[in-house]
Structure formats: structure tokens, C-alpha cells
Design a protein around this ligand. Structure first.
Ligand SMILES: Nc1ncnc2[nH]cnc12
Ligand SMILES: [Zn+2]
Length: 307
């Protein structure tokens, strides 16, 4: 199996139904069902928002440092089995702060699991764009005492209607703190969101970015500046950003000379971890070993931490 880095995975998106049930029992939280197959049966999504509704609902079972430890330890173990040598992991502090779970608990559990793993790992703090720029700035300021625990900031959650330009100021603060910058753009939103992420937020990677392919000038910019794109093929299929894997634009992105990487996004929800994405590209899209080798090399070139 190829060694690879994973650059686009949300730790909350690695919460498998089995762990949802275990943590709900441990924390005495009521669930609509304790049947893991019934939970999984709900994972039939019409679009990004219908997924996010369930994703945030399930995070309610994460309460204690031990819960965050168990979540990250489970992901790192699975990632290791899929050839991941290094992971740059997103987390959504607002999804926890809003439930009364402190940053100390979140950072404590995640970083302890990272220390105990032999997979190299780093955290990227994501702002929930649908909660606005003011709250994003509050979260960043609250997280600065934990500055040593994360390497960068990102922008996720419901894309359309929440353009990157709204977050200029908080990304400026992050840059001044020496934090790396990424943003989800061009997943459901158009190429204009990718332009804004580059020009206004000064991001160093684009998360998803598949719709950038609609704008030849943007494709040229991404190629010329070697801006990496963290593409998530199984996610795009499950969230209906593309009709099927066979229709995915990823091979064309590679042909354009873009620095494409392949990632799992929210593997507990989308039917596979990162190697499962590589395998699907080979089996369903007929991508060659040489193409997949290039993608794996790109993942190390595009990572913020050298391994
Ligand atoms: N694919 C995705 N897009 C936007 N926000 C997310 N949060 C978790 N997964 C996401
Ligand atoms: Zn994502």
C-alpha cells in the first residue's frame, strides 16, 4: 500500500456509529436509536446541509477529554492501517463550545491521542462559516492560549451564502500569529469562492476546489502558483457534488497539472477512509498506478509539516 499524507479529514467526521452508541451510553445521552445499522441507514444525503445536520447532531455524544481521545485514537489507528504516515486534522471547536464543552477538553483529548500514536499528526482549527465572522474571531482569540496545539486555521460548514470574503479579518489575525491558512471552497460554491479564498484569505491550500475547473483563468492560477487542492472523491459522490465517481473531474485536474491530493473528508459518513478513496479511483475511474503515485507524492509536498 502507498504511503500517504491525509490533509483533509474532519475529526468529528471520523465518529463511527459504533462509537456514537458507546459514548452515548457512557455519557447517559438519549439517542433516537442505539442500533448502529439504523444510525448508518440515515446516511443517505441529498447535499452538504443534509449531511451537516446529522454530523452536528452526532457530535453531542462527545463530552469528556476521554471521548475526544477515543475519537482521535480510533481515527489514527484506522489511518495507519490505510498507509497514512502524516495527517493534518480539522476540528470544529464551535460545535463543542456551543454545547458547553471547553477548548481545554477538546485540545486535551485530541493532543493526548496524537502523542500516543506513531502517525505524525497536527491540528487545523476550522471556523464554522455559517456562524459568521464575529464568532470566528472570538473562537480564534479563545484558542490562542493553545497556540502550540494547532498549526493553522480553516473554514468549513455550509458554503453557499457564506463567502470567504466575510472572514478577511480573522484570517489576517491568524496570519499575524504565524498560522497556516486553508479554506473549503468550490465544493458546492462556485469559482468565485475559490478566488476569494486565494485573494482575500491568502490561503495556502484549497479544500475540495472541484468547481475551480469551471474557470480556466483560475485553473491557470492554481497551476502556476502550485496551490494544492485537497479533493475528496467519495465525499463528493455521497454529497452529490458529482453525479457518480465515473463523472469525477479529478483526472482532468491532474491532466491540467494541478497539485491534487486525495482525502477522506468525513470517512465515517461517506463509506471509506483514504485508501478506500484511492482504491475507488483505480477500480471505478480506471486511474493508473502512476497517477495514484503522483497523488500520494503530492500529499507529502502539500503538507505543512515535513515528515
Ligand atoms: N465536506 C464538508 N464541507 C464543509 N464542511 C464540512 N464539515 C465537515 N465536512 C465538511
Ligand atoms: Zn471537508
Amino acid at each position: 500500500m502507498r504511503s500517504k499524507a491525509e490533509l483533509h479529514v474532519h475529526i468529528e467526521g471520523t465518529l463511527e456509529p459504533e462509537l456514537v452508541v458507546e459514548l452515548a451510553r457512557r455519557n447517559r445521552i438519549e439517542l433516537p436509536t442505539f442500533d448502529v445499522e439504523a444510525i448508518r441507514a440515515r446516511y443517505d444525503f441529498a447535499d452538504l446541509q443534509s449531511f451537516l445536520d446529522i454530523y452536528y447532531e452526532n457530535t453531542a455524544v462527545l463530552r469528556t477529554e476521554q471521548d475526544f481521545y477515543d475519537l482521535a485514537a480510533a481515527y489514527l489507528g484506522r489511518a495507519r492501517a490505510q498507509g497514512v504516515r502524516h495527517a493534518e486534522i480539522f476540528f470544529d471547536p464551535q460545535a463543542h463550545l456551543s454545547r458547553g464543552v471547553s477548548l481545554e477538553v477538546v485540545f486535551g483529548g485530541l493532543t493526548a491521542a496524537m502523542k500516543d500514536s506513531d502517525v505524525s499528526a497536527a491540528l487545523i482549527l476550522c471556523f464554522l462559516r455559517d456562524r459568521g465572522a464575529e464568532e470566528a474571531e472570538q473562537v480564534l482569540r479563545a484558542a490562542l492560549p493553545y497556540r502550540d496545539h494547532f498549526i493553522g486555521v480553516g473554514l468549513d460548514s455550509a458554503e453557499v451564502g457564506h463567502p470567504p470574503s466575510l472572514f478577511r479579518h480573522v484570517f489576517d489575525i491568524a496570519a499575524a500569529e504565524g498560522l497556516r491558512r486553508v479554506a473549503h471552497a468550490g465544493e458546492e460554491g462556485g469559482p468565485d469562492y475559490v478566488w476569494e479564498a486565494l485573494d482575500i484569505l491568502r490561503v495556502e491550500r484549497i479544500d475540495h476546489g472541484i468547481r475551480a475547473m469551471e474557470d480556466p483563468r483560475l485553473v491557470a492560477r492554481l497551476r502556476d502558483e502550485r496551490i494544492p487542492l485537497t479533493v475528496c472523491p467519495l465525499s463528493n459522490v455521497r454529497l452529490r457534488a458529482v453525479p457518480s465517481l465515473r463523472d469525477h473531474i479529478l483526472p482532468a485536474m491532474l491532466d491540467e497539472g494541478l497539485v491534487v491530493t486525495v482525502n477522506s473528508d468525513d470517512p465515517a459518513y461517506f463509506g471509506g477512509y483514504v485508501e478506500d478513496n484511492y482504491r475507488a479511483l483505480r477500480e471505478e475511474l480506471g486511474m493508473t498506478d502512476a497517477q495514484l503515485d503522483q497523488i500520494a507524492r503530492n500529499s507529502f509536498d502539500a503538507s505543512f509539516v515535513r515528515v
